[in-house]
Design a protein around this ligand. Structure first.
Ligand code: HEC
Length: 107
């Protein structure tokens, strides 16, 4: 038997891990976006936002942070994605989703 690679899981989080994060965030009151709402569906950057930001938790409501604060949050989340070996946005997609968030931000 060849050792070393045994037990290496796929790149996605387990449903249990995902559930833990969601429970944590709900307990700590993350306001998430109403998914039945189509208000943002066609907005530029929305597709990227959904692609990357729903990998671990529900989509946050963009109005929870100001447009000044979002770049910092997105950077932190990118760190989370790298830590979890999930796909992270490249420069273009990051810019697109950030602009979406800033466009719908609190201010
Ligand atoms: C790799 C998993 C993962 C991905 C992907 C991810 N997040 Fe998170 N997110 C977390 C974890 C874990 C927390 C709770 C700990 C924390 O706040 O850092 C969190 C918390 C948050 C919070 C609440 C804390 C705060 O600073 O307001 C927001 C908002 C948020 N994420 C936004 C995003 C956005 C926007 C994206 C897409 C760019 C994203 N997340 C992608 C794991 C992730």
């Amino acid at each position: 038997m060849v050792g070393g690679m045994m037990g290496r899981r796929t790149k996605t989080m387990s449903p249990q891990e995902k559930e833990m994060i969601i429970q944590y965030l709900q307990a700590n009151g993350l306001k998430t976006m109403d998914k039945s709402s189509t208000a943002h569906a066609g907005a530029s950057g929305y597709a990227e936002f959904v692609e990357f930001c729903s990998q671990c938790h529900d989509l946050p409501d963009p109005s929870i942070h100001t447009s000044r604060k979002w770049p910092q949050v997105v950077r932190e989340m990118e760190g989370q994605m790298k830590k979890a070996s999930l796909k992270a946005p490249g420069a273009d997609k990051e810019k697109a989703l950030l602009e979406f968030l800033q466009g719908a931000a609190k201010d």
